[in-house]
Design a protein around this ligand. Structure first.
Ligand SMILES: Nc1ncnc2c1ncn2[C@@H]1O[C@H](COP(=O)(O)OP(=O)(O)O)[C@@H](O)[C@H]1O
Ligand SMILES: CC(C)(COP(=O)(O)O)[C@@H](O)C(=O)NCCC(=O)O
Length: 322
């Protein structure tokens, strides 16, 4: 393992990763503008996530600069390859995956990236989809005995998700995805998110870095991550993520859980001690095992790992350079 608190990026010939601490990472972005305001950041951040403009400046501005570089190089390679192959060069969306545990703050990261990338002149059309839209509806999960396994790989229609990402990446003019509602805790019937040939597609979800599954004949199919040009894993200590999950659950009692159509309506009136116990039980029985068994093992596959400290601020960045 390499040292992490050096003032300079840490690298060595045999190590495919280059590692930065917060200070060395923040210095990468001198020439990249910061086009967001405090109001933008407050609107975009998830419940309980304290990300602010200072964090966007230190962490997301360099990330935005790096991604511009990668996206431009990928576009140039795509055009050169098309010329070599004698094909007409078509515009191909740049696809970015954002993975990590429940309650780690993936959605804040993905939404901030969407807004930053939308402000680049080269990529004004940025779409974000979350994989929860591809969860099976609750009725189907119940039929399959998976209602207590929501978020585990088998709780998703993985074939439909793969088809969606492949079609967007392939340049289809219009592709749609189902929508999930955290309040009703189910797929929304009759509504879909439509994606129209974006410049950048961000795909956010727990399992987006999962490798392809082996098929019955022993070969392997494709995984959504095979269509990623860049991927980010949002990382933190499991005990911190559990605390964030429980704190968010306490806050949700007065917001989402209190809505009449909330699946968790019965939790709205729990006192603090009962709510902490309930949230802890859901975490321990569903989200912690999913993190340990399915999500954490995919961390090494990410192009970039952003590691948060206990206060949600990102303190270590590990970029795969080879
Ligand atoms: N029970 C819930 N009710 C309403 N909103 C929720 C609920 N659980 C999670 N959310 C919201 O859904 C989004 C995704 O949450 P989650 O899957 O835990 O990922 P992350 O915290 O990494 O973004 C967050 O913005 C969160 O605030
Ligand atoms: C909807 C989720 C599976 C996340 O889905 P994702 O968008 O990451 O695919 C998750 O937020 C969730 O609700 N998990 C179930 C256990 C729980 O209620 O915490």
């Amino acid at each position: 393992m390499v040292a992490v608190h050096s003032p300079r990026p840490t690298t060595s010939a045999a190590n495919p990763f280059v590692e930065f601490d917060r200070a060395s990472w923040s210095r990468l972005a001198a020439a990249t503008p910061l086009p967001l305001t405090t109001a933008d950041v407050v609107n975009l951040r998830g419940l309980g996530d304290p990300v602010d403009l200072a964090e966007v400046d230190v962490v997301y501005r360099p990330l935005s600069g790096l991604l511009q570089l990668y996206a431009a190089a990928t576009g140039a390679l795509h055009r050169a390859t098309s010329t070599f192959l004698g094909e007409r060069a078509t515009r191909t969306p740049y696809v970015i995956g954002v993975a990590g545990s429940v309650a780690v703050g993936k959605s804040s990261t993905a939404r901030l990236l969407r807004e930053l990338l939308r402000r680049w002149p080269q990529t004004p059309r940025v779409e974000l989809i979350t994989t929860d839209g591809f969860l099976y509806p609750n009725a189907e999960l119940e039929r399959r005995g998976l209602l207590e396994r929501k978020g585990f790989p088998e709780s998703y229609d993985r074939r439909a998700l793969l088809r969606f990402v492949a079609e967007v990446k392939g340049g289809a003019s219009e592709v749609s995805a189902p929508l999930y509602d955290h309040v009703t805790y189910d797929i929304v019937r009759g509504r879909r998110q439509v994606v129209h040939h974006p410049d950048v597609l961000i795909v956010e979800g727990l399992n987006v870095l999962a490798p392809a599954r082996a098929t019955a004949d022993g070969t392997s199919s494709l995984a959504v991550s095979d269509f990623f040009d860049f991927s980010i894993y949002v990382d933190a200590r499991t005990q911190d993520i559990k605390r964030w999950y429980v704190e968010r659950f306490l806050k949700l009692r007065r917001t989402a859980f209190a809505q009449p159509d909330s699946y968790f309506r019965r939790y709205a009136d729990l006192d603090d001690a009962a709510a902490v116990a309930k949230a802890g039980a859901i975490w321990d029985s569903i989200n912690a095992p999913n993190l340990a068994q399915n999500i954490l093992p995919t961390r090494g596959r990410a192009t970039l790992v952003l590691r948060k400290s206990e206060d949600h601020r990102m303190h270590r960045m590990r970029l795969r350079k080879l």
